[in-house]
Design a binder for this molecule. Sequence first.
Ligand SMILES: [Zn+2]
Length: 387
Amino acid sequence: MKKLLWASAAVIGVGAIGFFGFAPGIVERGMNRWTGAVWPVSAEASAVHGRLTVIDLHADTLMWQRDLLSETEQGHVDLKRLETGNVALQVFSSVTKTPRGQNYEANGGDTDNITPLVIGQMQPTRTWFSLLERSLWHAQKLQDAEDRAQGLLRIIRTPGDLEKLLADRAAKVPVTGALLSTEGAQNLEGDIANLGTLHEAGFRMIGLVHFFDNDVGGSMHGLKKGGLTALGAQVVRESEARGMIIDLAHSSAATYADVMRIATRPVVVSHGGVKATCNTPRNLTDDQLRLLKANGGMIGIGYWDAAVCEPTPQATARAILHVIKVAGIDHVGLGSDYDGGTTVGFDTAHLDALTQALLAAGLSEADIAKVMGGNAARLLAAGLAPR
Ligand SMILES: [Zn+2]
C-alpha cells in the first residue's frame, strides 16, 4: 500500500514539475500581481497613516514558497513591506484546496490545484495528500519565521498577546503581529477533533468554506450552495468556545444566514466587497450587511477586481463608505486577499494610499482609525478569549 502511494506520488510529482516547469516562483509571479499604478500621498495622509493601528484580516502568503523575512519584489506581502506599510497585525490564511478551473459561479470539489503546487514546491510529503497537514505546515512556516525574526514578528494567540503587541507598538517597539486562519474548514477532514489540533498549532480564525461546498457548509461558488451542516454547526460552537473567530468569507447565502442564527460571538467576513458598489457573485447584499451589524461582526474590504471592480484605493474606499452607510462605522475593516492569486493596485507597503483615499472621501481621522484596524482590534480582543 505504502509502495503504491509512493508510486502515485512520484507520478503526480513528475506531472507537477512538468506543470510548473521546475519553478513555482514563476507561477506565483503570474498570479499575485500589481497593476503598476503609483498613488500620490499627501503629507497629511502620511502623518495620519503613521498614527494608525493597521490590521489586515486576510493574506494567502503562506501558500507560496517564499520566506516572509526576505524582502522581495514577489507577491504583495513580506515582513519588510508590512513594516513599511505600518501594519500592526496581518492575518495569514491557510489555503488547502482549490478546484481546477476555479471561478466565482460554480465549482465542484472533485479536483484540486493545490496538490500540484504542494508537490511542485517540494513541500514535505506528509502535506501531499492531507489537507490538515497542509495547514499544519503553514503554521510551522510561520513559527519558523517568528523564530528567526529576532522579535520583529510575533504570532498572536490570546487577548493578552494582542494587548502586549499593541502596547509595544505604542511604545515604538518594532514588532509586527501575525495571526493564523484557515481558508475553508475542509482541512478538518470531517473530524471535529482536528479543530483542537488546529487550535494547538495556533489557528485562531476559521474560514468555513472556500471555492466549493465542503462538509461543513455551502460555498457562494459551490454547485449546491447549501447551508451549514451538522458538523458545521459543531465547528461554530466549538470555535467560539475555544476563542477561534468564525470567518464567513466565501460562504453561500444559506450558510451565512445559518451561522448568523446560531453565532453567539461576532464573526468576520475576512475579505470581500459589497454588491452596491461592485455587483459580482463574490459580494454581500445590504441585507447581509445588516445581519453582520446585528451580530456585531465586520467585513474586511478587499483591493482586487472581483471585490471592488477596479483595483484602486478609491474603489476600496467607496465600498468602505457603503458599509458605513448601511451598517455603521464599527463594522468594516481591511481584507486585502494579498497573495491570493489577486491583481491589486497597491501592495502592503503602500497602504497609505488607502488612508489618502479615505481622507479624500471625507472621513475623520477617528473614523479612519476604526476602519484601518481599530474595529479589527476590538473584534479580535473579544473573539480570542476562550469561554
Ligand atoms: Zn478567499
